[in-house]
Design a protein around this ligand. Structure first.
Ligand SMILES: Cc1ncc(COP(=O)(O)O)c(C=O)c1O
Length: 488
């Protein structure tokens, strides 16, 4: 038998050191030059083919691996680090956060638990979020992969609290009454996905109609709750949205808190978009009442621009949170001392092994200070109002929804009224603008009206970027009208 033993450490650390320095140099250039590049571009076939090669059985030098990436990865990324990316709802990342991810991987700790400094940082970040949200010190929370998982954790705690049975033992079939969850018809789809996965089915989510500002109608919520009670269904939880994905609408959280208190229901806030408004001096009033929630989902990878992934859920009643997820096999028993002592972080969510997500948040919050993030949030909202003014001032454009936050929904119309034609045209405008590399808007449909959607969640955006984008929209709209005339 051979005594040969090997490891993954490089044979020559000096080469790794040199290459790592090179990678950091390249990363700095990649970010400092971002404005000069396309937002996004289509991959050539050669690049797609490159990613179809079979598993590499034999080794190759790391500098070759890196060269391949330089050629095939960076030029074809999503573009959400670019100042003119405003599609769907992304954050735009930050360099300190990227360094944090690197240092976290070098530290290597598994944040499922453990008596480690990394766990202290994880706990500290959650404590900071509790403080910033106005939650009590003895509340609990956990960092998650993102908002979908944060909401799912909260809905599980809410369900177990209101089930009327030990649902961990009995399952949902043991519940004396079916439960209902309520949210506005603008609610993010992750809630339905969560309730489906939890076994309650999509029907357990009542989508309450929204008003003319696309906020949940409070009278309609009260009516739905009363009707369900009369039918023997148990109203369990209201999900208030602080910033909807479509338009950034903000539900009346104070009114929802009062209804939940009166009805003995759980009050959950999906604050993935808007919870961090609490940091923004000019707009924090928009989320008044969030501090009254039983649980809040928030998404550092959105308005804190933490590199993906980083979500968080806070739960006011720490015991209920713990009781929902606590689980230890024989191989993982807690101790008073040693490596496994202290708070076991996996007792607050689904995942056992957890990455050191906290570090990238911790480093950039310390470096920039919380107040700067608040100013950046106000800045994005100001930019959205600026875009709204530009849209409203141009007779060729039509504003489709009120701009309450940082999302602007509008379309190129220029007197056209046929909805099918408008949809076709604005879809084509979106695609051509994306393909030109000038900007990355996305689209949505509101009240049957298809439109472009510009979600300004980007610390690099400047007002001149919005002007450039509108010029591209207007020019593309005119081109399409010209093409239609030529083909008529
Ligand atoms: C309001 C809202 N809730 C939940 C989510 C889901 O968050 P994630 O994409 O981080 O899972 C989003 C995503 O945009 C969102 O806008």
């Amino acid at each position: 038998m051979s005594n040969f033993e090997e490891s993954l450490d490089p044979e020559d650390w000096s080469l790794s050191r040199k290459l790592a320095h090179q990678m950091v140099d390249d990363a700095v250039s990649h970010l400092s030059d971002v404005r000069e590049r396309h937002v996004w571009q289509e991959m050539p076939d050669a690049v797609r083919d490159f990613f179809k090669s079979p598993a590499p059985m034999a080794p190759q030098p790391l500098d070759r691996v890196y060269d391949d990436l330089r050629e095939n990865l960076f030029p074809y990324s999503m573009g959400n680090i670019h100042p003119r990316f405003w599609g769907w709802y992304m954050g735009s990342s930050n360099f300190t956060g990227a360094l944090g991810d690197f240092i976290a991987a070098v530290d290597g700790s598994n944040l499922g638990g453990g008596n480690t400094a990394a766990a202290m940082i994880d706990i500290q970040v959650v404590d900071w979020f509790k403080e910033l949200m106005g939650f009590p010190k003895d509340a609990s929370g956990t960092l998650t992969s993102g908002g979908s998982m944060a909401n799912m954790v909260a809905l599980n705690v809410a369900r177990n609290a209101l089930a009327g049975v030990d649902v961990r033992a009995e399952g949902i079939l043991g519940m004396p009454q079916p439960l209902r969850f309520y949210a506005s018809d603008q609610v993010h789809s992750c809630h339905q996905k969560a309730l489906e996965a939890m076994g309650h089915g999509a029907k357990s989510l009542t989508e309450v109609e929204s008003d003319d500002r696309l906020r949940m109608s409070i009278p309609a919520l009260e009516k739905a709750i009363a009707e369900d009670r009369a039918k023997g269904i148990k109203p369990a939880c209201v999900i208030g949205t602080a910033g909807t994905t479509n338009t950034g609408a903000l539900d009346d959280l104070t009114a929802i808190a009062e209804i939940c208190r009166r009805e003995g229901m759980w009050f959950h806030v999906d604050g993935c978009i808007g919870a961090f408004l609490r940091l923004a001096p000019g707009n924090k009033h928009l989320v008044d009442g969030i501090e009254l929630a039983d649980s809040i989902a928030l998404d550092p990878h959105k308005w804190l621009h933490t590199p993906f992934e980083a979500g968080c859920v806070l739960v006011r009643d720490a015991q209920r949170h713990f009781d929902t997820f606590e689980m230890h096999g024989d191989y993982l028993q807690m101790q008073e001392r040693g490596l496994i002592a202290g708070k076991f972080l996996a007792d607050y969510g689904f995942e056992l092994s957890r990455g050191f997500k906290a570090l990238k948040i911790w480093m950039s919050l310390k470096e920039n200070g919380v107040e700067k993030f608040g100013r950046l949030i106000d800045q994005n909202i100001g930019q959205a109002r600026y875009l709204q003014q530009l849209v409203s001032a141009d007779p060729r454009l039509e504003l489709i929804a009120p701009v309450d936050l940082n999302i602007v929904c509008f379309r190129y119309a220029n007197g056209i009224t046929d909805e099918d034609r408008l949809r076709q045209m604005n879809t084509e405008i979106m695609l051509r603008v994306q393909e030109s590399g000038i900007a990355a808007p996305s689209d949505t449909t509101l009240g049957g009206k298809h439109c472009l959607r510009v979600a300004i969640n980007n610390h690099r955006t400047k007002r001149k970027d919005l002007e450039l984008f509108l010029d591209a929209v207007l020019q593309t709209g005119a081109e399409l009208e010209e093409e239609a005339r030529a083909n008529a």
